[in-house]
Write a protein that binds this ligand. Structure first.
Ligand SMILES: [Zn+2]
Length: 57
């Protein structure tokens, strides 16, 4: 029996819009990391943006 890492149900319920804001994307990936294992952590570009914003504050 093979178990897929992707939580299809979660993905169906949580579609991210193409023009999602930075905050929306961070929120989406935070929830995604909790609910699905189809990929690890944040995309590199988003991670870089998070670091950039941390430094500003
Ligand atoms: Zn996923």
């Amino acid at each position: 029996m093979e178990k897929s890492k992707i939580n299809k149900e979660w993905h169906m319920k949580n579609r991210m819009s193409k023009n999602a804001s930075f905050e929306q994307r961070v929120k989406w990936h935070t929830e995604h990391n909790k609910n699905c294992k189809c990929r690890e952590g944040f995309p590199q570009k988003l991670e870089e943006e998070i670091e950039r914003r941390k430094k500003k504050n």
